[in-house]
Design a protein around this ligand. Structure first.
Ligand code: GDP
Length: 198
């Protein structure tokens, strides 16, 4: 698939105000600075689509873009732990979990992870939340140009090991990307295209 048109639709902080149109939706989420805006701009062939959509500090907004007039690409805010008592288990910001629990047209989420680091607890916990909530997702490893192929393989192996240790029966599909080099773009768009055909 080629992205011919990418149109900003709306930014908001309430799931109930997201567009009602029933077209397939794909969401992109990760910690802030993971490279999400760069990846969205790479996929859509835009320089500034992901950054120009909202107010400054738009980090807490859900941004909808309509792609090729037939699916939504959703730029979700960076996840972090909500402030709760230390005794309760980690929870993520309410409106992020609301989004995943309410948004029926969501086909697949892409969880972005910076490939430069060893497996991080917050990312593992977020994926555990997605798994427990039965939300289909793929992993996108970002910034692959920053480390060697050997390190990429060893970091992916470390994630797999941790996920198997956390009772995952199988690892979700994953993509290795670099927005500066265009790596992974075709595979990712191909995957979305295939899922859209199903
Ligand atoms: P966001 O906060 O997740 O939207 O992250 P950004 O897309 O704004 O990227 C955060 C920083 O990482 C910026 O300085 C980007 O230039 C840099 N960055 C993002 N993707 C890549 C990549 O694939 N390769 C490299 N080398 N840098 C990247």
């Amino acid at each position: 698939m080629k992205i011919n048109t990418a149109e900003f639709i709306i930014s908001n902080s309430e799931v109930d105000k997201c567009p009602l149109e029933r077209i397939p939706e794909y969401a992109f989420i990760g910690r802030s600075n993971v490279g999400k805006s760069s990846l969205i701009n790479m996929l859509t062939n835009h320089k500034n689509l992901a950054k120009t959509s909202g107010r400054p500090g738009k980090t807490q907004l859900i941004n909808h873009f309509k792609i090729n007039s037939n699916w939504f690409l959703v730029d979700l805010p960076g996840y972090g732990y909500a402030k709760v008592s230390k005794k309760t288990k980690s929870v993520f910001q309410q409106f992020i979990t609301d989004y995943f629990e309410k948004r029926e047209q969501l086909v697949c989420a892409f969880v972005l992870i910076d490939i430069r680091h060893e497996a991080q607890n917050i990312d593992l916990e977020f994926m555990a939340y997605m798994g427990e909530s039965e939300i289909p997702f793929c992993i996108i490893f970002t910034k692959a140009d920053k480390i060697s192929k050997v390190k990429i393989d060893s970091h992916i192996a470390a994630y797999k090991k941790q996920m198997f240790a956390n009772n995952w029966a199988e690892i979700p599909p994953f993509f290795v990307t670099s927005s500066t080099e265009g790596t992974g773009k075709d595979d990712l768009l191909e995957y979305i295209d295939e899922v859209n055909q199903e």
